[in-house]
Design a protein around this ligand. Structure first.
Ligand SMILES: Cc1ncc(COP(=O)(O)O)c(C=O)c1O
Length: 470
């Protein structure tokens, strides 16, 4: 999509001629070759270069001060990586199995993604949005709608935006305008929805809304609890019905994370979701799927496709791995003019990269029960099961689905989980925390880049860390 073909004898734009210019193509190839040549020396995790370490530490400290707070890891990337590996500015190299919490799903310096960004970098505009959208925004919207509708979802529109929570805000605004004057929102206990003032009210974490005024009436439903099976379905349906009975006609929407992300990679059988959706549909409450974290991580592009809930989805939003975020909806939900707009959609580079990622996901062998996502999950899982058997007092799990894999170390005791994560970081593997009680740690497998050898190496490091952990 980045390079459109110039047809013979047909009028073409200056930009099309530029894209077809052999000298431009050659220059891009030269840059890609240079990246590949330099990447070749990134072969595995390594420690910081002693000559760079001191300056790096100073830069990190200064950055903490500039941004007004520490980062979870003292990480400043150098700007290059190779697949699952990323180089830091102190010359160290780490396995990145969290990829910026889900952004670098194709790993680091992936040739197709880099090439797309280079084409995007030649665009006249740094950022697209509002009054200026280029043809790549059109191409992205068309492609994602086509892929979102393969199972019969029937979405008519995709409104692009710059981050996951804005895509969620847009979804909720659309639902609220449609369902006015209903205004209450339902969500799952332990959910994460984002961090705007409004969405901090939905995100079920008191620390994330400390000091913020309550802008929204949010009512929570327990997520599926595997240990109580069908009783759990009944419990959640009962809770939902109780909320609906207490405030009849006042509920706009329920927000589903079909797999809980920040909450700890908890899954639920499809009957659980269907039982709740049946009640919501009977009560004219919109069904909203937040796919910011699940996008391209289950056995289908969207988790609603994985669970075959296509026709039941009213509004869906996605982000992270897609680079540019967006909200999908049918024409019945189309907002009146004025409700949605913004200055920035995303950078031209990000939109070009998003297009290339969609093409690759569509044409590659990623999805389905035997696709790369399922295969790498099974491979990783079998190793992690072995580790859990080897260290029964230190590790439980694995949990999750597809590219989302979690473990519960040390019974989920927060301080110990975090200490283990930092120890892994020092040893050359990046994961992240999830959930609170118990605290888990999670990996987001960089599925577009990962190899079995990467997984073997990560498991080996985890094994060593567990062997030495108290
Ligand atoms: C499920 C879910 N929704 C929304 C968001 C917010 O996305 P963003 O941080 O891009 O605004 C996240 C981010 O982690 C998420 O996991």
């Amino acid at each position: 999509m980045s390079q459109q073909i110039v047809s013979e004898g047909v009028s073409v734009t200056v930009a099309q001629k530029l894209r077809e210019d052999p000298a431009v193509k050659q220059s891009i190839q030269t840059l890609l070759d240079a990246i590949q040549r330099h990447q070749a020396s990134i072969t595995g995790p390594r420690e910081a270069d002693p000559e760079l370490a001191e300056q790096y530490q100073k830069t990190v400290e200064e950055f903490y001060s500039l941004r007004g707070g520490k980062l979870f890891f003292p990480f400043l990337g150098s700007g290059i990586g190779k697949g699952s590996l990323v180089e830091l500015d102190d010359g160290s190299v780490k396995y990145d199995f969290i990829n910026g919490i889900g952004v670098h799903h194709f790993g680091h310096s992936h040739p197709k993604v880099t090439e797309a960004m280079l084409w995007g970098a030649m665009s006249d505009a740094v950022m697209e949005g509002n009054l200026q959208q280029n043809t790549d925004s059109h191409a992205f919207s068309k492609k994602i709608l086509e892929m979102a509708n393969v199972g019969g979802a029937g979405f008519d529109h995709c409104f692009l935006t710059s981050c996951g929570v804005m895509a969620g805000e847009n979804a909720l605004k659309i639902a609220m305008q449609k369902k006015f004057p209903a205004h209450r929102v339902l969500a799952f206990e332990g959910c994460f929805a984002g961090r705007t003032t409004t969405f901090s009210q939905i995100t079920d974490k008191p620390k994330f809304r400390e000091g913020l005024p309550s802008m929204l009436n949010v009512h929570y439903i327990p997520f599926y609890d595997e240990s109580s099976g069908s009783d759990s379905i009944e419990k959640s349906v009962t809770a939902l019905k109780a909320h609906l009975a207490r405030y009849p006609g006042e509920f706009t929407a329920m927000i589903f994370e079909l797999v809980q992300g920040e909450g700890g990679f908890y899954t639920a059988p499809v009957e659980f979701h269907r039982a709740l959706i049946d009640v919501l549909k009977e009560n004219n409450v919109a069904v909203l799927f937040d796919e910011v974290q699940t996008f391209a991580r289950t056995h289908a592009l969207f988790a609603y496709q994985h669970y075959e809930l296509d026709e039941l989805a009213d509004i869906v939003w996605f982000g992270k791995a897609s680079q540019v975020c967006g909200t999908l909806f049918r024409k019945e939900f189309a907002p009146r003019p004025g409700l949605l707009s913004q200055t920035f959609t995303a950078s031209s580079g990000a939109i070009h990269a998003g297009c290339a990622i969609l093409e690759e996901l569509d044409s590659g062998d990623y999805f389905g029960p035997d696709g790369k996502i399922a295969r790498q999950h099974a491979y990783f899982r079998s190793h992690l099961e072995r580790l859990c058997e080897k260290y029964p007092d230190k590790m439980a799990g694995p949990f999750g689905i597809g590219a989302m894999v979690a473990l519960t170390p040390f019974g989920g005791e927060a301080a110990k989980v975090q200490a283990l994560l930092h120890d892994l970081y020092r040893r050359g593997v990046m994961g992240f925390i999830a959930g609170g009680n118990p605290m888990r740690f999670r990996f987001l497998i960089p599925i577009g880049a990962v190899t079995e050898a990467d997984i073997d190496a990560v498991v080996e490091i985890l094994d060593q860390a567990l062997a030495e952990a108290d």
